[in-house]
Write a protein that binds this ligand. Structure first.
Ligand SMILES: CC(=O)N[C@@H](CCC[C@H](N)C(=O)O)C(=O)O
Length: 370
């Protein structure tokens, strides 16, 4: 499965454009025995059902599939073959683990049916919600659903999770400002969006410190600001792109209201036009408490894994949509790399792959037994 991960690493694709990735998964499945396995596709995703020996319910395992728009700097000899795209959030590892589990369970069926979900577009615009609503998913809807995310901060051999909220609520943020461009020597005849955007960027950073309850964690990050074409033209347009993270829906609503007010103030103060687009929103990942505790206890008793009860993360995951409807949980899998998620040099330790396959295959076997 390490070789599988390396091949997937070479073909990162954007959300809902995971065409080669889907082909790779289907090709891998075609080499497995078919007597117990049914396969469906949904857009660029894949669903696989493995018939159990004595099924009463369906137990699901989910992986995401997409890469990120960034240039890889790992120095790997199996680096991305898609310029400007990289698997920098571990989805290559997640898919290799899911394929490893599938290979195991087609040969070693359990009592219940198992459903493996390869979900597109986790990084955006969000594949979980539309997949959940699809006929393809609904007719195989699992009764329980589990998933993992690689955790760069934890050593290999460690898993970390918690009952309740694991990942934050998210909202993307896109703000367009439109003023009047002009000659650099004629500022009085232009309406300079460098100044308007700079002021807005600074004002937005006051929201978390001045408008959010300090005991209610929240983040507003601007990851991209686009203004201007060259040094002697006053730009008439600016675009600010970011993301909001909160641990409560109240904080999300308060932050969005405050952004509206500040943007409206910039419109008035700079006599420009502004437009806000909230992009895609993800709901929090909320682990079902009893199942999560049961899993943590089971792993402590039955495996050599270090099991850590961690804090909430301010990352987002559209797996939250599945968990709003289906009981289950997600956990961090230690991959021990100094570079965090979304870093161009991230190099997750690959021995986490067989460790995860061993852990999860044993857990699902136990969970699916009468
Ligand atoms: C695990 C992880 O890194 N997830 C992404 C999810 C992105 C959500 C959305 N596109 C946004 O940017 O708000 C993350 O950045 O946390």
């Amino acid at each position: 499965m390490i070789e599988v991960r390396r091949r997937l690493h070479q073909i990162p694709e954007p959300g809902f454009a995971e065409f080669k990735t889907q082909r790779f998964i289907l090709d891998s499945l075609s080499r497995l025995p078919r007597d117990r396995m049914e396969i469906r596709t949904w857009r660029t995703g894949v669903l696989v059902k493995i018939r159990g020996d004595n099924p009463v319910r369906r137990i699901g395992w989910r992986t995401d599939m997409d890469g990120l728009p960034m240039e890889e700097e790992t120095g790997y000899d199996f680096r991305s073959q898609h310029p400007g795209y990289m698997h920098a959030c571990g989805h290559d590892m997640h898919m290799a683990i899911a394929l490893g589990l599938l290979s195991h369970f087609v040969e070693n069926p359990v009592d219940d049916d198992l459903v493996f979900i390869f979900q597109p577009a986790e990084e955006g615009p969000g594949g979980a919600q539309p997949m959940l609503e699809s006929e393809e998913f609904q007719s195989w809807k699992p009764d329980l659903l589990f998933g993992l995310h690689i955790g760069p901060d934890y050593p290999v051999g460690t898993i970390a999770t918690r009952p309740g909220i694991l990942f934050a609520n998210t909202s993307e943020l896109y703000i367009d400002l439109v003023g009047q461009s002009g000659h650099a020597s004629l500022p009085h005849r232009s309406n300079d969006m460098v100044i308007a955007a700079s002021q807005l960027a600074m004002q937005l950073q006051t929201i978390i410190s001045r408008n959010v309850d300090p005991l209610d964690s929240a983040i507003l990050t601007l990851g991209k600001v686009t203004i201007g074409t060259r040094q002697n033209i006053i730009p008439g347009q600016a675009r600010l792109e970011g993301t909001i993270r909160t641990l409560s829906l109240e904080a999300m609503e308060a932050i969005q209201n405050r952004i509206r007010a500040l943007v409206s103030g910039i419109e008035t103060g700079f006599a420009c036009e502004a437009h806000i687009d909230w992009g895609s929103r993800y709901c929090q990942v909320e682990n079902e408490p009893a199942l999560t505790r049961e899993f943590m206890d089971w792993a402590r008793r039955n495996t050599d894994m270090q099991v850590v009860e961690c804090r909430e993360a301010m990352a987002g995951e559209d797996f939250g949509y599945f968990l709003r409807d289906i009981p289950g949980f997600m956990f961090w899998l230690g991959v021990d790399t100094p570079f965090g998620l979304h870093h161009p040099q991230i190099q997750p330790k690959e021995d986490a792959i067989p460790a995860a396959i061993d852990l999860i295959s044993r857990y699902l076997t136990w969970k699916a037994k009468r």
